[in-house]
Design a protein around this ligand. Structure first.
Ligand SMILES: NC(=O)c1ccc[n+]([C@@H]2O[C@H](COP(=O)([O-])OP(=O)(O)OC[C@H]3O[C@@H](n4cnc5c(N)ncnc54)[C@H](O)[C@@H]3O)[C@@H](O)[C@H]2O)c1
Length: 436
């Protein structure tokens, strides 16, 4: 089937690449000309393991095209996925400017039936606004549907997630829309498994926020438990293991640390809180989830201050800028908090990250940051190492060599990436989260 995807970022490009790999003809559209230029030259605008090969293979096969024109995309396919960003607005609610722009432009260019699919994470009832907007801008008397198909992929494992989904959630108002989406996902579900769930549009929209908020809640829960563990003399890793073996709880998202970040959890939890407020429910539980997450960074900062006593003029080596391993995404990453805050205290900060440096500089262009491509060089002369991303290179570091290059061997592990006994045996003063 022919498919257009508007918004060629982490979600749009992965979805487009995987749809084309499943045999569909796909056009990925983005209004960022630089991004499309790069893709037309065979360069990847984002880092996602395995994505470059799939893109190359399908471009060569003529199944994957790129464009900067929504008009062209509207002509190309009758099914159009919206995968543009929905960043937080001033009050924390989702900013739907880009979604609205796409709806408007598609409507202006439609000459026959189209199905517009919300793949971006949007609040419940967005489809109602989209439909109203589209009706306003239609130039021809044509029929259309708006559906919801929230995306659950995770950066770093996006290809596996997109090709082996647990579930495909679609919210539709007509059998026609539901059947079109089912046909699109048929080859993916046949090859990768997973359930196809058809529901109404508002339920599908809400499923995404409810899922992400629940995962964020799990992280904040274990972080709160970690605080109690430290006070009570317990080890949160052991507690989490003991909890996670219960299938009703499960082991995932029970890793204590510096708190959740990334492009989805913080903004999706925020948007769900705003949505709940808007419909008249005070979602105090989620507000507390946010509060715990915020305080977790401050909690780790306190460990740094306690250890260094005077932060000024101390060299702090930061291991990891990305919000998690295997991605170059730094949106809401802890590094965006720690680097400026430590610099404010006049520490000398040097950071290492294998791929996220460029995105960090784009995110904080006014924050001058010294970086190093080598972990040991980064830590040379350092008074403290702060682990913010559990890259394999960090977890596999030679502790003896690391100690030998540092001024004082102190490690604050914001990801519980190391075994405390091993690091202490190597001669480090070591602090992690929730391991007394
Ligand atoms: N990144 C994730 O892990 C993830 C996972 C699930 C859901 N989501 C959701 O998917 C959506 C997209 O996220 P992302 O991380 O891919 O964002 P992104 O910022 O990487 O990509 C969005 C793209 O949309 C483009 N765009 C914006 N306005 C446009 C317009 N009018 N016309 C054409 N292109 C336009 C931007 O240039 C950008 O390239 C968000 O709603 C996000 O919450 C993201």
């Amino acid at each position: 089937m022919k498919i257009t995807i508007v918004g060629t970022g982490y979600v749009g490009l992965v979805t487009g690449a995987c749809f084309s790999d499943a045999g569909h003809e796909v056009m990925c559209v983005d209004n960022n000309e630089k991004k499309i230029e790069m893709l037309l030259k065979g360069e990847m605008p984002i880092y996602e393991p395995g994505l470059d090969e799939i893109v190359e293979r399908n471009v060569k096969a003529g199944r994957l095209k790129f464009s900067t024109s929504i008009a062209e995309g509207t002509k190309f396919a009758k099914v159009i996925f919206i995968a543009v960003g929905t960043p937080p607005g001033v009050g924390g609610e989702a900013n739907l400017t880009y979604v609205e722009q796409v709806g408007r432009e598609v409507a202006e260019n439609m000459t026959d039936y189209h199905l517009l699919v919300e793949k971006s994470t949007v609040p419940a009832k967005t489809s109602e606004h989209l439909k109203r907007t589209m009706r306003k801008y239609l130039k021809a008397d044509v029929d259309f549907d708006v559906a919801s198909n929230p995306e659950f992929l995770r950066e770093g494992t996006a290809i596996v997630d997109a090709t082996h989904p647990d579930r495909i959630v679609v919210g539709v108002e007509s059998a026609r829309a539901g059947d079109l989406l089912e046909e699109i996902y048929k080859p993916i579900l046949a090859a990768g498994g997973g359930q196809f769930l058809r529901m109404n549009v508002t339920s599908a929209e809400l499923t995404k926020h409810a899922s992400n908020s629940f995962l964020a809640l799990k992280i904040s829960y274990i972080n709160a438990v970690a605080r109690i563990c430290e006070m009570a003399g317990a080890d949160v890793e052991q507690v989490a293991k003991g909890m996670g073996l219960d299938p009703r709880i499960g082991p995932r998202f029970l890793h204590a640390g510096v708190g959740y970040g990334g492009s989805c959890f913080p903004k999706d939890v925020d948007a769900f809180v705003r949505l709940s407020d808007a419909v008249g429910y005070d979602f105090k539980l989620l507000k507390e989830v946010q509060q715990i997450n915020k305080s977790q960074r401050e909690f780790v900062m306190q460990k740094i201050k306690r250890e260094l006593w005077v932060v000024q003029d101390k060299k702090i080596a930061i291991f990891g800028l990305a919000f998690k391993p295997e991605t170059d995404d730094v949106r809401e990453a802890p590094s965006l908090y720690f680097v400026p805050a430590l610099q404010e205290m006049k520490a000398k900060v040097v950071a290492w990250d294998p791929i996220a440096e460029g995105k960090f500089r784009e995110a904080l262009p006014d924050v001058p940051l010294e970086t190093s491509q080598d972990l040991y060089e980064c830590a040379t002369g350092a008074d403290l190492v702060l682990v913010l991303t559990e890259w394999d290179a960090v977890k596999n570091i030679d502790l003896a060599k690391l100690k030998s290059v540092m001024t004082t061997p102190v490690m604050i592990d914001g990801r519980n990436a190391f075994d405390p006994a091993t690091v202490r045996a190597a001669g480090f003063t070591y602090h992690s989260v929730g391991r007394a």
